[in-house]
Design a protein around this ligand. Sequence first.
Ligand code: URA
Length: 238
Amino acid sequence: MERLDKILSNLGYGTRKEIKQVVRKGFVEVNGEIVKDSGMQVDPEEDKISINGEEIYYRKYIYLMMNKPVGVVSATFDNKDETVIDLLEIDHQVFNPFPVGRLDKDTVGLLFLTNDGELNHRLISPKWKVDKVYYAKINARVTDKDVKRFKEGITLDDGYVCKEAILEILSTSDEESEVKITIQEGKFHQVKRMFEAVNKKVTYLKRIEFGTIKLDEDLEEGEYRELTEEEIAILKGF
Ligand code: URA
């Protein structure tokens, strides 16, 4: 049970003071009855609350999939740059979601956002071995030797030895290669640093899959949608 005004203000319907007035004026119904006390206890999962005749849709958690564009940071707040949260509609911002892990400012592609801290923790913890798949362009020829080194474990500039990474060469030439890389970790700038360790540079990076869920191809960069029940169940299964 929770206070009616708290539920409504958490859902973005105004401050508690504003809600008190709306309730006083008789605009709010609980289970079909007009209520006058904004401090009354309600069960948001069970009781039907409506404002001005319109039933509100209560839920505690939201789960979103975004195709992150270039130039936007994976944070909830930034002094200088636009954040992924700025790209959300207010109806989603009121849930206070945060990005699940980080993509660099110049990386594009699949980013989950949620306010479910437990799921977030599971998805980013190396313990659960969740695959993250990236498509990358590299400024040089990628060879079978690189594939082998990625499999054995690349040593990064700070001495950290990466876990096995699956590198797949999609096309290659002296000037540019296209690859697919699967990792289960999420160290800072990991993919870029792995290629730096073999003296190559990532010129384009896009996350295309996270925990068997593929980026929805209908989403343009900067667009997002809610995850389906099925997708949420898959992620919770990790
Ligand atoms: N690896 C990187 O280097 N950058 C990202 O954004 C994600 C993985």
